[in-house]
Ligand binder design. Structure first.
Ligand SMILES: Cc1cc2nc3c(=O)[nH]c(=O)nc-3n(C[C@H](O)[C@H](O)[C@H](O)COP(=O)(O)O)c2cc1C
Length: 203
């Protein structure tokens, strides 16, 4: 696989902290793209490998790697959507359930990030799940830095028991997120952001 990233440091190598104004500028303005508006140019197989490599450089209490990835694209993805669509009539709001599948259909590539906790571990389940969420966040940031639009979504089929079976989720596993990837048909617009000061208290 051809990677455009610097090689990973050897185990035990010094990893100096390097300030990056470019990274801060990217983070300060980062924005998700609407999944239904993702089209065309998407990460190649090599770029996906790079994105997953970056996304797994997250804090992971106990070094358990309690996550796994399923890449969805092309005919296999289309077939998956049809199997999920067959479940829509049985959902509480069938029309909405079918319509929301557009978010899975439109993006050329979707990566399902699965929280896959290690049962026998002493590390609390919550912390293992938090690490999966961190993977999703870093995935979004890296995809943006690579020039792609991305969106983190779950939707009904992440939870519905039959859909879970179709997605190949084992007991105890959960969809941390579907990371949809592509090129937005139009630039995302800024959304409401919280008043940060109101969220901070001091001891
Ligand atoms: C765990 C999780 C699940 C989400 N699931 C959905 C979803 O099912 N449908 C949806 O429209 N947005 C969902 N979102 C929100 C999208 O990611 C949304 O586009 C995002 O909040 C945009 O904000 P940003 O630009 O700050 O990234 C989810 C977010 C998270 C963290």
């Amino acid at each position: 696989m051809a990677s455009s990233l610097p090689s990973a440091p050897e185990f035990g190598a010094a990893c100096p902290i390097t300030a990056s104004d470019e990274t801060l500028a990217l983070l300060a303005r980062r924005r998700s793209s609407s999944a239904a508006l993702l089209r065309g140019s998407a990460p190649s197989a090599d770029q996906l490998q790079d994105l997953i490599r970056i996304a797994t450089r997250v804090p992971d209490h106990g070094k358990l790697a309690p996550w796994r990835f399923v890449v969805m694209r092309g005919e296999a993805k289309a077939a998956l959507v049809e199997r999920l669509r067959a479940l829509a009539p049985g959902q509480p709001n069938p029309d909405k359930a079918s319509a929301t599948l557009a978010k899975l259909t439109a993006p050329p590539v979707t990566v399902m990030v699965v929280s896959s906790p290690k049962d026998a571990s002493a590390i609390p389940l919550w912390e293992q799940q938090l690490s999966a969420a961190a993977v999703c966040t870093l995935f979004l940031v890296a995809a943006g830095a690579m020039g792609f639009g991305a969106n983190w979504i779950t939707d009904w089929y992440a939870y519905e028991p039959q859909a879970r079976g179709i997605l190949g989720l084992a007991e105890g596993e959960a969809v941390a997120g579907f990371i949809h990837l592509g090129t937005p048909a139009e630039p995302p617009q800024e959304r409401d952001r919280p008043d940060v000061q109101s969220l901070i208290s001091y001891l």
